[in-house]
Design a protein around this ligand. Structure first.
Ligand code: ZN
Length: 464
């Protein structure tokens, strides 16, 4: 075992440290009954955005049973939201997801701590969003981050990756930019034999056609555009612009390649790196939401944003808009979009950022039904949740008419446990207190902290 692996094992309870106020709160909620009645619920059909006539629902040990018609809607319910690309690093992150209606997530760089949280979830020892956890990142011998990844350079290493994923219960294998084509092909075949999906960055040395054929999902639109953050800072955005020019010139063949494929563009994370403040809104309060180990990268990002002129940031922002438009083209061509945030990265806060991603996709022109499907039932398929019942419900007193209405649920059902508005308020207050903030600094349901002197405005989304 390497020193890093040793450290990761010693940190395995790190997401839910014993005695931490947030751990205590989540454990205490696990004592609640998982059998009760939800009266008069109009289930929202995510394919239309319309609610079915109200029914009384019985929750029995986490499962939902129909108990017949009810006179008038008291609740409108959607399947629990799914963040398809996260990096959880604390109980605060887990709470952030729940409070914003996210009842399942895809952890994209799994460590023992994430498997431990999955154990706690299954044992029902705390109320947690349902995890899907990829193993540690798999890269090639020319990796730019060799100390952090498993380098795969031949058949033995391929077998090791599969052994490890199965041994520690990981749900999939995440590949990275520098995996070589021969090892990629061998890994995809070995993973397929044992039923493990391969996800992650489309490796740059693998032709896109082969990458898409072998991968269950691809992230950040890499493969469509390169991972420009591997380039020196001065070269990044012009490289992105060049790649966009080339792709936009021939959108048809690209859309054909992606038809039927899961694609997780993480536009919010792209946006956060532009230095544009209109949607990212870096602030002292937001900076405090970063857990200990993340503070340095968040601080560096804040300094970089402050050093970026508004004109430059706006120009980069337009490139992210173009990534959004490409996402729409891919979706229209039959690709299956996912709502993933890459939260944990600078100024992408677990929970609120999910709703920023919904707004990004909406602004890019994806319709309400497409976005809702991506956020719920589509994602359940991508996570291969054969049993979507316990994944949860997100409940509202009024029918959500646009994605902007989803960020402040009136209740959340997690594996049978109902968190009502007061519970969500209390959990959010505890999450803020953990960051040294109070409720007025970041009202629940807002996408950003309140910044003195900046008027609060709703994110602009398309109407449909
Ligand atoms: Zn990520």
């Amino acid at each position: 075992m390497t020193a890093l692996e040793d450290a990761l094992w010693s940190y395995r309870t790190g997401l839910l440290p014993a005695g931490h106020p947030l751990t205590d709160a989540l454990e205490e909620l696990a004592g609640r009954p998982r059998g009760h009645v939800l009266p008069a619920v109009g289930l929202v059909d995510v394919r239309t955005g319309r609610a079915a006539p109200p029914r009384d629902l019985e929750v029995a040990d986490g499962r939902i049973l129909d108990r017949g018609p009810a006179p008038a809607c008291a609740w409108y319910a959607l399947p629990g939201l799914v963040d398809a690309h996260v990096h959880m690093s604390s109980a605060a992150d887990l709470v952030g997801l729940l409070v914003y209606g996210v009842t399942a997530y895809r952890q994209m760089w799994g460590e023992p701590a994430h498997r431990y949280a999955a154990g706690v979830y299954r044992a029902r020892h705390a109320v947690l969003p349902r995890p899907w956890v990829a193993g540690g990142v798999v890269d090639g011998p020319r990796s730019r981050v060799p100390a952090a990844v498993t380098v795969v350079d031949g058949p033995r290493a391929v077998r090791h990756v599969v052994n490890e994923a199965l041994a520690f219960g990981f749900d999939g294998i995440k590949v990275y930019d520098d995996l070589a084509e021969r090892e990629f092909t061998a890994l995809v075949q070995a993973a397929e034999r044992v039923g493990l999906p391969v996800v992650g960055h489309a490796p740059e040395r693998v032709p896109l056609t082969a990458a898409l054929r072998g991968m269950w999902s691809t992230e950040h639109l890499y493969g469509v555009v390169p991972n420009v953050f591997r380039l020196p800072p001065a070269a990044r955005w012009s490289a992105l612009a060049g790649a966009l020019d080339r792709r936009e010139a021939q959108p048809g063949p690209l859309a054909e390649l992606f038809a039927g494929r899961w694609v997780c563009p993480t536009l919010t994370a792209w946006r956060a790196r532009t230095g544009e403040r209109r949607y990212t809104r870096p602030s002292g309060a937001a900076l405090r939401m970063a857990a200990g180990g993340r503070r340095r990268s968040w601080g560096a990002a804040a300094r970089e944003a402050l050093g970026t002129t508004e004109a430059v940031a706006a120009e980069r922002g337009r490139l992210v808009d173009r990534l959004g438009h490409l996402t729409r083209l891919l979706a229209e061509g039959g690709a299956r979009p996912l709502v993933g945030t890459d939260c944990g990265n600078p100024f992408v806060v677990a929970g609120p950022s999910f709703h920023k991603e919904l707004a990004e996709l909406s602004r890019a022109g994806l319709g309400l039904a497409t976005v809702l499907t991506a956020a719920t039932t589509g994602a359940q398929q991508a996570l291969r949740l054969d049993d979507p019942g316990p994944a949860g419900l997100v409940l509202y007193r009024r029918l959500p008419a646009a994605v902007g209405d989803l960020a402040r649920p009136d209740a959340v059902l997690v594996d049978g446990v109902l968190l009502d508005g007061a519970d969500l308020d209390r959990l959010w207050a505890l999450r803020l207190a953990d960051a040294g903030l109070d409720a007025a600094d970041w009202p629940r349901g807002e996408l950003d902290a309140v910044v003195a002197g900046v008027p609060r405005e709703r994110e602009v989304t398309s109407a449909g």
